[in-house]
Design a binder for this molecule. Structure first.
Ligand SMILES: Cc1cc2nc3c(=O)[nH]c(=O)nc-3n(C[C@H](O)[C@H](O)[C@H](O)COP(=O)(O)OP(=O)(O)OC[C@H]3O[C@@H](n4cnc5c(N)ncnc54)[C@H](O)[C@@H]3O)c2cc1C
Length: 544
């Protein structure tokens, strides 16, 4: 055992593990990349996290850098949950629901709390956390915050950032800060602190002031965005200040989240679902734009394409044979409304008018158990993701671009052209209402030719997304995989502000280095796995 591991073991309540099998387990997340950590720490409490950070900081002051990567369930598809130094694995012990306010539905959890379990607890109170990712049964709330995750309800409700009310964060030097929106008076008090926290508030405030012109137009014109750092929501017009939106989506590169307080929404147990089929993508786009313009926006506008339906039909015909008869439509939309009963009828009438104008087949499904049968078609993407023909697997390399909704048709056309040019089979599904598509082409990463295709396709895809004014990632974040494309997305000036932000919070580059910023494409190429599998997804508890 190294001296560092030994020291930590002596000073922490949680386990410190250096065994080869544990390090091998944590050497992958669900991205196509791999990086083996030096050790894995399972913190028992916040003090363990603080001590680990403090120790790494003291070593860094003496010139030795040991990176720290916070980790939830490791379902990250961007390589963000990988690190060469210490992995701080939260789900083992720091996984409790701490408080649920009955009246307001405000909920506070530890970072390693399982999303699905907390969602289940909220359900018993008639509430839910809307931006849940498709992986919510496995993943943690700390991971959702760090990625600014979102999902099928984001179209109406927004992303994780919109629901994160406050955080407890361990800073790079081991200090703990509590974030929430501060009024002017409380903010001034923070500016006067002599601690690292005070330094951070002063430096961020000055940077935002100096770079106001660069920052003000930095956000792409998209419905959701997890790329880069969120700099536009820190300062309020009323003089208030909040570091929470900056930490959300920062992938553990600015601080380590130990607790999160979320706002939640009231849930409606009786939503209504339209299934609309289209032979023409332009018509589908038109329908989506009109639905988005409704005063009561749908709670979901999801999509699968004919390629996905064909694949599912090939892999498991029973899964869709009763719900989607052949021939398959070019695109199938799932449009859900979750308004309260009295408003619902009126809204459905309006939506019906829009959809019947553009779709070739339209059905309204009001029975909830019947709706589940249709949602299973949308969620059959999981079958494609899990499928393997020998070494050929559907890999997440271009799985999360988002463009302005009015460019959705061009986005899809461009994606199909990339597949054709590179002779790739791929399936397309996702959040059509947000113009955020999930696409996973089938390749064999053990073949040199396919490994070259990966990076060619990524280049073509991210060029396409950016040429349409989009973002390289709507919800899965930059991580290591997409980090090389971040500078092109935002331009040099904004990128330079990102680098300054990172230096303010993490001057020694201890916190998840190699994620988001300063990542040459060559270093990513070297981390590409030769065999892609996500079999360990369900197995996220401690391994020793
Ligand atoms: C099949 C599949 C479907 C998916 N669908 C979606 C989807 O619909 N929407 C979506 O947004 N994502 C999706 N994802 C990606 C991912 O599952 C989510 O973003 C999820 O929220 C990550 O949670 P996690 O607990 O697995 O985090 P991890 O993968 O462990 O970590 C994610 C990032 O957060 C950082 N992190 C974790 N915990 C902390 C902490 N306590 N403090 C600071 N940083 C921390 C990590 O360093 C890493 O950078 C999907 C992934 C898969 C495999």
């Amino acid at each position: 055992m190294s001296k560092v591991a030994h020291y930590l073991q002596e000073h922490l309540l949680g386990e410190v593990i250096v065994s080869t099998s544990t390090r091998r387990f944590f050497a992958t997340d669900t991205s196509v990349l791999t990086l083996t950590p030096a050790m894995v720490v399972y913190p028992r409490n916040e003090a363990d996290v603080r001590k680990t950070a403090r120790f790494a900081w003291q070593l860094a002051e003496r010139g030795r850098i040991i990176p720290i990567t916070a980790r939830g369930a490791g379902t990250d598809q961007s390589g963000g949950a990988l690190g060469a130094g210490i992995i701080l694995a939260f789900p083992a012990h720091m996984n409790r629901l701490l408080e649920l306010e009955d009246k307001t539905g405000v909920v506070t959890v530890e970072a390693g709390a399982n999303y699905g379990k907390v969602q289940q607890a909220l359900k018993t109170h008639g509430r839910f956390l809307p931006p849940f990712p498709a992986s919510f049964e496995y993943s943690t709330l700390g991971g959702a915050v760090a990625n600014n995750a979102s999902g099928e309800k984001t179209c109406k409700y927004g992303s994780t950032r919109d629901f994160t009310r406050g955080l407890r964060v361990v800073l790079a030097n081991g200090e703990v800060i509590v974030t929430h929106r501060l009024n002017k008076k409380d903010f001034n008090r923070k500016l006067g602190l002599t601690s690292f926290e005070g330094e951070i508030y002063r430096a961020v405030d000055t940077l935002l002031e100096e770079q106001a012109d660069v920052i003000k137009n930095m956000d792409p014109d998209v419905t959701k965005n997890s790329a880069g750092y969120c700099l536009t929501q820190i300062r309020g017009r009323d003089g208030s200040f909040d570091l929470t939106p900056l930490f959300v989506g920062s992938q553990g590169t600015l601080g380590i989240v130990t607790e999160v307080t979320f706002d939640t929404e009231q849930s409606n147990a009786n939503p209504a679902l339209f299934i609309a089929k289209f032979d023409n993508l332009e018509q589908a786009q038109q329908a989506i734009l009109e639905l988005r313009n409704m005063p009561d926006i749908p709670s979901a506008i999801e999509m699968v394409d004919d390629q996905l339906l064909n694949l599912v039909d090939k892999l498991n015909p029973n899964q869709i044979k009763d719900t989607v008869p052949k021939p398959f439509p070019k695109a199938m939309l799932f449009v859900e409304f979750d308004n309260p009963e009295r408003a619902l009828k009126k809204v459905l009438k309006k939506a019906h008018k829009i959809l019947e104008r553009y779709s070739v087949l339209l059905e309204l499904i009001e029975d909830v158990s019947e709706q589940e049968r249709f949602w299973a078609v949308r969620h059959s993407s999981a079958l494609v993701v899990a499928h393997a023909e020998g070494n050929i697997k559907a890999v997440p390399i271009i799985e999360d671009g988002v463009v302005p909704p009015e460019r959705f048709g061009e986005f899809l056309d461009g994606v199909y052209q990339i597949f054709a040019r590179n002779h790739l089979q791929a399936a397309v599904w996702g959040h059509a209402g947000d113009a955020n598509l999930h696409i996973q082409p089938f390749v064999d990463l053990s073949q040199v030719g396919d490994r070259q295709i990966v990076f060619r396709v990524m280049q073509e895809y991210y060029d396409l997304v950016l040429s349409l004014g989009g973002s390289i990632t709507g919800e899965h974040n930059d991580g290591r995989l997409r980090a090389p494309y971040l500078q092109k997305m935002y331009g040099d000036d904004v990128y330079n502000v990102f680098q300054k932000i990172k230096r303010i919070f993490d001057p020694y580059n201890i916190l998840n280095p190699g994620v988001k910023l300063d990542v040459p494409l060559e270093s990513v190429k070297q981390m590409l796995r030769s065999n892609y599998t996500i079999e360990h997804l369900a197995d996220h508890l401690p391994h020793s």
